[in-house]
Design a protein around this ligand. Structure first.
Ligand code: CA
Length: 236
């Protein structure tokens, strides 16, 4: 039985088209054309992935995403007709793993679904997910990142990060003293076939600094002008 995918799209023709293509690929599909209904279904049932349109009747996609993320971990790919960086960033910040701008080629959507399913397999499906995760505790000064528990603390104070912020920080911590370019960070954090603007990286760095550096009065993430960002070994 294929992975279960919830398709939330109010354009009936498009929804039907996506459904047929997904079924053809072996996925099991549930459809909803209303944000409120979709949220209810997504909370009640378990899906391997959700494709979520932003402009929806009932409740808009970003709001569905925000409410859903408070309750459960499920990878969401946003379908958006809008092209503004702000919408994409709000979507990613709200926990979406990727977005695709309409109109899109179905092959591209399928490729992104495969990547998202691979990268964000639910814990139950990836029990064998390497020992690295078990011993996945990264520290920097008073900062402790527990990768499997998905927590970050500074001197015992919990820091709440979105999935993307967490991944970004993790990547920087794992590559200490190596300056990572915006492209590298974008690829690491958003997946290799993510077609986005690298200034999204700057936005995340800003969020991380406002949640960590600014709050605890430290300088953890350094900007290397014209190159990218780095966390240096033990300092501050
Ligand atoms: Ca729509």
């Amino acid at each position: 039985m294929g992975a279960r995918i919830l398709v939330v799209e109010d354009e009936e023709k498009l929804a039907r088209f996506i459904e047929l293509e997904l079924i053809h690929e072996g996925y099991e599909v549930t459809k909803s054309g209303n944000g409120r209904d979709a949220l209810e279904i997504a909370l009640r049932e378990d899906f391997a992935l959700i494709l979520l349109d932003i402009m929806l009747p009932g409740l808009n996609g970003l709001e569905v995403l925000r409410r859903l993320q408070k309750e459960k971990q499920v990878p969401v790919i946003l379908l958006t007709a809008r092209d503004a960086v702000n919408d994409k960033v709000s979507g990613l910040d709200a926990g979406a793993v990727d977005y695709i701008t309409k109109p899109f080629a179905i092959e591209e959507l399928l490729a992104r679904i495969r990547v998202a399913l691979k990268l964000h397999a639910a814990p139950a499906q990836s029990a064998a997910r390497s020992d690295a995760a078990k011993e996945g505790v990264l520290t920097w000064g008073l900062l402790v990142m527990n990768v499997p528990a998905h927590t970050v603390k500074y001197d015992g104070h919990e820091i709440f990060l979105t999935n993307r912020e967490f991944l970004m920080l993790r990547t920087l911590l794992e590559n200490r003293d190596i300056v990572l370019s915006r492209d590298t960070l974008l690829n690491k954090v958003c997946g290799y076939d993510f077609v986005g603007e690298t200034n999204i990286v700057d936005v995340y760095i800003r969020y991380l600094r406002s949640k960590i550096d600014d709050v605890f009065h430290i300088k953890m993430i350094h900007t290397v002008r014209g190159v990218g960002y780095v966390i240096k070994s033990e300092e501050g």
